[in-house]
Write a protein of this length. Sequence first.
Length: 137
Amino acid sequence: MKPKMSVEELKEIFLSAQDSDSTRIMGVVISFALVSVVLWLVRRRSLQEEYTPIWMGVAVMLVIVSLHAELLHSITRAIGAWTTSSTVFFLGEFFLVAICLNYAVRLSRASMHLKNLAQEMTLLRAQVEKLEMKLGS
């Protein structure tokens, strides 16, 4: 009967496992594809310039992490995760929450702006009707 491994031994096995070359190549290809897509969307004016630094930052970080796996291993150890894939998913979720928060702030701002415009339009309409009544009498 084999002796059971401790949690720390299992964690160290996961952390010391080598990433496959195909995973690294796929990461590099996807990150360069993201850079290309972001630049193409900006060129076509489908992506506003204000969002370009965010997406370029993500793409550049993906390139760096894909080319330097030891950086991802360091981040994995720093956050206490067991596998680099867990770290990638955690960082992806963090990014998605940040994007959602950004859009929630923008949506709140836009709805407040829309409410103010509707109120101004109502006031202007009332003034126009008042002037029409004054001129009509």
